[in-house]
Design a protein around this ligand. Structure first.
Ligand SMILES: Cc1cc2nc3c(=O)[nH]c(=O)nc-3n(C[C@H](O)[C@H](O)[C@H](O)COP(=O)(O)OP(=O)(O)OC[C@H]3O[C@@H](n4cnc5c(N)ncnc54)[C@H](O)[C@@H]3O)c2cc1C
Length: 471
């Protein structure tokens, strides 16, 4: 064991190498800073290892299986369509490896030092980094904390055995016969629907009156309809109470409007939210960094904490816990440290659910816009009337645009349907640039593409839709 107690000096210490930390490190290095990144687990954080990337790989595999099984309506039949789940997992793990390897190469190429171990503050200018074999002490001019979040564990559903968090669910070696998903938010629905496509009998217990409560019902109802087709039982207004594991199964007790019910399955997946990693071993108190509500660190528009040379980004600061938000804040923090006048502007943060069909949204919903006193106009166009959607056999969905009626400026955009995750980019740029409905309607959209649905929705809101009657 090497013990180093003389402090090594660096410009920027980055704690955590997720989409917040590694992006901050690269941007700071590009701006001429000497940077050390410390991560106690793998490079890439939750997103690359246990979140965005592996979940999307499983979602794609399940989708391809589903398409292969149900092609007869378009003249394709395949015999003996089967899932080799070990191979699916191997493929998924290979993608994760490529992605995290890519992060390693980028850090190296930007001459960033990487320490695989834990970091804890000693005081407001020094931190100790250590692993089983090494320990060192660093004196930093600036620090960017990007320690991310972990799944919330319910007391009555302690993780272990048959009770899984998303991390273990992504690593299952076999397709379970049955699974209860507690929490119908985006992680629960993405994973629940994926396993249902692979053949698992899934029951979703959701506390509110509809799944994906972050989105309005007109969007989530298309996903609910698809879940029904997959024979997923969705129980809303359901409060999970407790669990009992016995042999290879677990029984969940829950209540619906006061009435007690039970469901037994191979596994329970608990996805009721995530907790910021600001407690425990990091010793934030020794650096004088204050923790605010719900364990989140309060920061200003540059990402500075109450200790001005210490910044915080990503899942540990307020706002949606999303990878692209973490990376955006990372660039702002690094640029601010380098003396650039960067500040965050959260006018638009897109959100995507990789469900089937996908849901994506940016800006204000119709009710949020009305609540802000905006005189709204709405344009809505269905996938079913679009040539490309028909030729993709993907006619479920719509694009909904919300604009200020007086100025035509776009204030919100929502898409439910195939490729919603990609279509939202146009609307995000539109709101960011202050585009009007006319800008969107007059933009020449290639034919035949799903993007034309957005153009048609804009024409509808302007009152002159080409591909819709009765306006
Ligand atoms: C199943 C799932 C699916 C998701 N899908 C999406 C998606 O599709 N799109 C999306 O935008 N977001 C998605 N997310 C959310 C996304 O993963 C997070 O918002 C994102 O990873 C946050 O980035 P971060 O850099 O703040 O932290 P993290 O990615 O959590 O990284 C933090 C890192 O800090 C390290 N660390 C913590 N404490 C210390 C310490 N004391 N010393 C050293 N290292 C430390 C950890 O090991 C970790 O690697 C998903 C999450 C899950 C769980």
């Amino acid at each position: 064991m090497v013990v180093g107690d003389a402090s090594v000096e660096i410009d920027v210490l980055v704690i955590g190498a997720g989409p917040g930390g590694y992006v901050a490190a690269i941007r700071a290095a590009q701006l001429g800073k000497s940077v050390l990144v410390v991560d106690k687990a793998e490079l890439g954080g939750v997103c690359l290892n246990r979140g965005c990337i592996p979940s999307k790989a499983l979602i794609s595999a399940a989708h391809q299986y589903e398409v292969a099984k149900h092609g007869s309506s378009i003249g394709i039949t395949a015999d003996n369509v089967a899932v080799d789940f070990a191979k699916v997992q191997e493929w998924k793990n290979g993608i994760v490896k490529k992605q995290t390897g890519g992060v390693g190469m980028l850090l190296k190429g930007n001459k960033i030092q990487v320490f695989n171990g834990e970091a804890l503050f000693i005081n407001e200018h020094e931190a100790r980094v250590f692993n089983d074999n090494e320990t060192a002490r660093y004196k930093f001019n600036y620090c960017i904390i990007a320690t991310g979040s972990r799944p919330i564990e319910l007391k009555t559903f302690p993780f272990g055995g048959r009770i899984l968090s998303s991390t273990e669910a992504l690593q299952l070696s076999e397709i379970p016969k049955s699974m209860v998903v507690i929490g119908g938010g985006y992680i629960g629905i993405e994973l629940g629907q994926t396993f249902a496509k692979f053949g698992t009998k899934v029951t979703v217990l959701e506390g509110s009156d509809h799944i994906l409560p972050g989105f309005e019902k007109d969007l989530s109802s298309l996903v609910a309809r698809n879940l029904k087709k997959l024979e997923v039982e969705v129980v809303t207004e359901a409060m999970a109470q407790g669990s009992e594991q016995s042999g290879d199964s677990v029984t969940v007790t829950y209540t619906v409007k006061g009435e007690e019910k039970k469901v037994t399955a191979d596994y329970v997946l608990v996805t009721v939210g995530r907790r910021p990693n600001t407690d425990g071993d990091l010793s934030l108190e020794l650096a004088g960094v204050e923790i605010g509500e719900r364990g989140l660190i309060k920061v200003n528009e540059k990402g500075q904490t109450n200790v001005p040379h210490i910044y915080a980004i990503g899942d540990i600061v307020p706002g949606p816990a999303l990878a692209h938000k973490a990376s955006y804040e990372a660039k702002v923090a690094a640029e601010s440290i380098a003396g650039l006048p960067s500040v965050v502007d959260y006018k638009v943060i897109p959100a995507v659910v990789f469900s089937d069909p996908e849901i994506a949204g940016v800006g204000l919903s119709e009710s949020e816009a009305k609540a802000k006193g905006i005189n709204t106009v709405v344009g809505k166009f269905p996938y079913g009337a679009n040539g490309r959607a028909q030729s993709m056999n993907a006619t479920d969905g719509f694009v909904k645009l919300i604009a200020d009626k007086d100025t035509g400026v776009l204030v919100g955009g929502f898409v439910v349907g195939a490729e919603a995750s990609n279509l939202i980019a146009e609307l995000t740029l539109g709101i960011e640039m202050g585009a009007t409905l006319e800008d969107i309607a007059l933009t020449i959209h290639a034919h035949p593409t799903l993007g034309e649905i957005t153009m048609d929705a804009a024409e509808g809101a302007l009152g002159h839709p080409i591909h819709q009657l009765g306006k």
